[in-house]
Design a protein around this ligand. Structure first.
Ligand SMILES: Nc1nc2c([nH]c(=O)n2[C@H]2C[C@H](O)[C@@H](COP(=O)(O)OP(=O)(O)OP(=O)(O)O)O2)c(=O)[nH]1
Ligand SMILES: [Mg+2]
Length: 324
């Protein structure tokens, strides 16, 4: 199927570690001269060898490249990037426990970098959306539609409840409101977001999102072909709602920040919601060039399961805030 296998060149499976010091800074290594992408700063790691699990490969790479020993690690983010010369499938792990004194075993320079300072360093192209993902809450709360019973009042109550639960990333769905009502809802909604240090994307048009004071926009996947480039600059978040590998690939070409993915779109004619198709989700995540939020009746508590299948976060409405 389109977008699932690289057009040309080799595909390599790579694991890399997010190793933090006790100040929360992240360890980056400079790729040595003569290697692919020499001179860029990377998350330390390397190719998975045949027969190894991802975690085994991670422990080996951390020992070989840094001389540290991994105590425990969890999958954090996976994506696939097409370089002109080869395709890299990158699995990042959050290394929760490690011991030893990191030292470049291959002569590579190392440095500890704060999350927000990584954007200042030259890093491999595949890592751009990874660096931006550090500021994303992996729980993405999508508001009930403001046209649903209870209207904007219920929507705001639900939002406060999500904020009380610590959620800091939102999508406002208000496509059915007229412009004046949207402006007044966006004002109130935006005030809640600012008070709590949360960010929000408007489901709709990029210009309207900016006018509404949103931090970004959520675009429909089937409309991505109409765009010639990323519609808003890097100060904004731009996401897309995707259903298949072609839309995922297009979101990557447009250099968006992340996608939501609802696997198994054949819901027509079915009575009630279909169970979440984990297999299809994992299959599509394997070709995504961007972090993926799973969508389709999941709860924040499903995050670990999502991450084990190559996803980054969980998006949804029911179960995020106390429902109507
Ligand atoms: N480790 C790591 N590799 C990355 C990142 N981003 C990125 O595009 N890559 C690419 C660069 C390389 O093509 C590939 C990693 O392969 P590698 O050359 O480090 O592999 P290795 O450590 O096993 O080294 P070698 O034995 O082949 O010399 O993944 C990243 O953040 N970390
Ligand atoms: Mg390496």
């Amino acid at each position: 199927m389109a977008g699932e296998t690289p057009d040309s060149g080799e595909l390599i499976e790579v694991v890399a570690g997010i190793v933090r010091d006790d100040r929360g800074r992240i360890l980056l290594a400079e790729r040595p001269a003569g290697k692919h992408l020499a001179g860029t700063w990377e998350f330390p790691g390397g190719k998975r060898e045949p027969g190894e699990t991802g975690l085994q490969a991670l422990a080996r790479e951390m020992a070989e490249e840094l001389a540290i020993s991994v105590g425990s690690a969890r999958p954090w983010l996976a994506l696939t990037h097409d370089y002109p010369e080869l395709t890299v499938r990158l699995q990042l792990y959050a290394v929760d426990e490690w011991s030893g004194e990191p030292e470049g075993q291959e002569g590579q320079a190392l440095q500890w970098v704060g999350e927000s300072d990584m954007a200042l360093l030259p890093m491999p192209a595949a890592d751009r959306p990874i660096v931006r993902a550090f500021s994303l809450d992996p729980r993405y709360a999508i508001t009930p539609d403001s046209a649903a019973p209870g209207g904007p009042e219920e929507l705001l109550r639900w939002t406060r409840d999500c904020l009380d639960r610590g959620i800091r990333l939102f999508q406002l769905r208000a496509t059915s409101l007229d412009p004046a009502d949207l402006r007044s809802l966006a004002r109130e909604f935006g005030r809640l977001m600012v008070e709590s240090g949360a960010r929000w994307l408007l489901d709709g048009d990029p210009e309207l999102a900016v006018q509404s004071g949103a931090d970004g926009v959520q675009l429909p996947g089937e409309r991505l072909d109409e765009l010639s480039g990323r519609p808003l600059g890097g100060d904004f978040l731009v996401a897309a709602s995707c259903r298949n590998s072609a839309e995922l690939a297009r979101a990557g070409e447009l250099a968006l920040d992340f996608v939501t993915l609802r696997p198994g779109s054949a819901a027509c004619g079915h009575q009630g919601p279909l169970p979440f198709d984990w297999e299809e989700f994992a299959r599509l995540c394997r070709c995504s060039p961007l972090p993926v939020f799973a969508l389709g009746g999941l709860l924040p508590g499903d995050l670990e399961r999502v991450r084990e299948r190559g996803g980054f976060g969980v998006a949804g409405t029911h179960g995020f805030g106390a429902g109507p």
